[in-house]
Design a protein around this ligand. Structure first.
Ligand SMILES: Nc1ncnc2c1ncn2[C@@H]1O[C@H](COP(=O)(O)OP(=O)(O)OP(=O)(O)O)[C@@H](O)[C@H]1O
Length: 351
C-alpha cells in the first residue's frame, strides 16, 4: 500500500503543486490521479519514487517512509511508464525491455528470456524484438514501455499519462490490455491521466485533484459518478455523467421477451417488430410489420456481463428501439423492449 500523509510540495519559486495530500493507494489496485492541467498529478506521482522529494508530510510504502529508502533501491521495486514510452532509441526492443534486469546484474540470456516473455505478455509480436524503437508504431512503443516497467516484476507500477499520445482506438486496446494484465499480475498501480473516461475505466479508486494540488474527492468510479463531492468534481465529470453511470448498472434484472423472435422471415404478427434469427440462433435483423421484405439493423448486448449502457446502445442502434440479448456464442436469448429498458432506467435513476 502507498500512503500519502499530508504531503505538500512547494517548488523553489513558491508554487504549491501539491497541498496536504492524504490518501491511500491500496495494494493490488489501480488508483488513478485525475484532474485538470497543473493540478499536481505528475508531481504527486514522482514523489512516490523520489524523482521529486516532498516538502512536508510523508509518503509510505507498505508503512515505510520512502524518504528513508535510497532512490536506486526504491526504484528497483517500482516500475515507471511515461507518455511516449521513453525508450532508448539506440537499443533494440528486447534490450530496452531487459534494461532493469541488466542493471540488476542478471546474465544476458536470462534477461533476454524474461524480456521475450514480457513482450508476449503485453501482446507484441516477438518478431519486433530485434527492431529499434523508431521502427515501431506509437501504440507498440507504449506496450514496450509497459513490458520494460514490468521486467523486474516490481510490486508497484507508476504510470504517467502512458496512453495519451496514441489515437483513440489504440488507446482503448492499450487500456483493455492493461486491465487484462492487471487481472493476472495484481500490481499496486498509480495511474495519472487528465481524461476522466480513462480514469473511470481503469480505476478501482479515482482521486480527483483540483489546481493547487488539493484532493477534491477520492472514490470508486461508481460513487464518483453518482455522488460527486462538489461543483468542481461535478463539472469535471462532464454533462454526460448520468449516461456514464449506466456502465455500472447491471443488466441482470432486465426483463427479456422471448416471444418476439422468429426463425423465418415471412409470416404475419400483430407485433410492430419481430427479430429474425438464423438456423444457428444468431440474429439476422429486425422485421417491421409494414416492411416485411426488409431486415433492419440490430444491436446486441449480453445480459449479466454487459452494462445498461451497452443495452441502451444496442437499442439505439436499431429502428425498433429494442436491444437484442445474446449469449456468449452470439445466439439470441431474448429482446429488451423499450418498456423493459425504461423500467430498468427508472430503477437506475432511483438508485
Ligand atoms: N520544477 C518546477 N518548478 C516550479 N513549478 C513547477 C515545477 N514543476 C511543476 N510545477 C508547477 O506545479 C504545478 C503542478 O504541476 P504538475 O506537472 O504536477 O501538474 P499536472 O497535474 O501533472 O499537469 P499536466 O496534466 O499539465 O501534466 C503546476 O502549476 C506546475 O506549473
Amino acid at each position: 500500500m502507498i500512503t500519502f500523509d499530508a504531503v505538500t510540495k512547494r517548488y523553489p519559486d513558491g508554487t504549491v503543486a501539491v497541498d496536504r495530500l492524504s490518501l491511500e493507494a491500496p495494494t493490488g489496485e489501480i488508483t488513478v490521479f485525475v484532474g485538470p492541467s497543473g493540478c499536481g498529478k505528475t508531481t504527486s506521482l514522482r514523489m512516490i519514487n523520489r524523482m521529486i522529494d516532498a516538502t512536508e508530510g510523508q509518503i509510505l510504502l507498505d508503512g515505510e517512509p520512502v524518504q528513508g529508502i535510497d532512490p536506486p533501491t526504491l526504484r528497483r521495486g517500482i516500475g515507471y511508464v511515461i507518455q511516449q514510452a521513453g525508450l532508448f532509441p539506440h537499443r533494440k526492443i528486447v534490450d530496452n525491455v531487459a534494461t532493469v534486469p541488466y542493471l540488476l546484474g542478471w546474465d544476458k540470456k536470462k534477461a533476454r528470456d524474461r524480456a521475450m516473455e514480457l513482450l508476449e505478455r503485453v501482446g507484441l509480436d516477438l518478431a519486433l524484438a530485434g527492431r529499434y524503437p523508431f521502427q515501431l508504431s506509437g501504440g507498440q512503443q507504449q506496450r514496450v514501455g509497459v513490458a520494460r516497467a514490468l521486467a523486474a516484476d516490481p510490486p508497484v507500477l507508476l504510470m504517467d499519462e502512458p496512453f495519451s499520445a496514441v489515437d483513440p482506438i489504440v488507446r482503448t486496446s492499450l487500456q483493455d490490455e492493461l486491465l487484462r494484465l492487471q487481472a493476472e499480475l495484481n500490481k499496486t498501480i498509480v495511474f495519472v491521466t487528465h481524461d476522466i473516461d480513462e480514469a473511470i475505466k481503469l480505476g478501482d479508486r479515482v482521486a480527483v485533484l483540483r489546481v493547487g494540488g488539493q484532493l477534491a474527492q477520492l472514490a470508486d468510479p461508481k460513487t464518483l459518478l453518482s455522488e460527486p463531492a462538489d461543483d468542481f468534481v461535478r463539472e469535471f465529470l462532464g454533462h454526460d455523467r448520468g449516461i456514464r453511470r449506466l456502465q455500472f448498472v447491471s443488466t441482470d434484472g432486465l426483463r427479456l421477451r422471448t416471444d418476439l423472435t422468429v426463425q423465418d422471415s415471412t409470416g404475419s404478427s400483430d407485433e410492430p417488430w419481430l427479430l429474425v434469427v438464423g438456423d444457428d440462433g444468431r440474429p439476422l435483423g429486425w422485421r417491421a410489420k409494414e416492411r416485411p421484405e426488409e431486415l433492419e439493423p440490430y444491436g446486441t448486448f449480453t445480459p449479466g456481463s454487459d452494462s445498461m449502457r451497452a443495452a441502451l446502445d444496442a437499442a439505439l442502434l436499431s429502428p425498433s428501439g429494442c436491444a437484442v440479448a445474446v449469449d456468449e456464442d452470439g445466439k439470441a436469448v431474448g429482446v429488451a423492449t423499450r418498456e423493459a429498458l425504461d423500467a430498468a432506467l427508472a430503477e437506475a435513476a432511483d438508485g
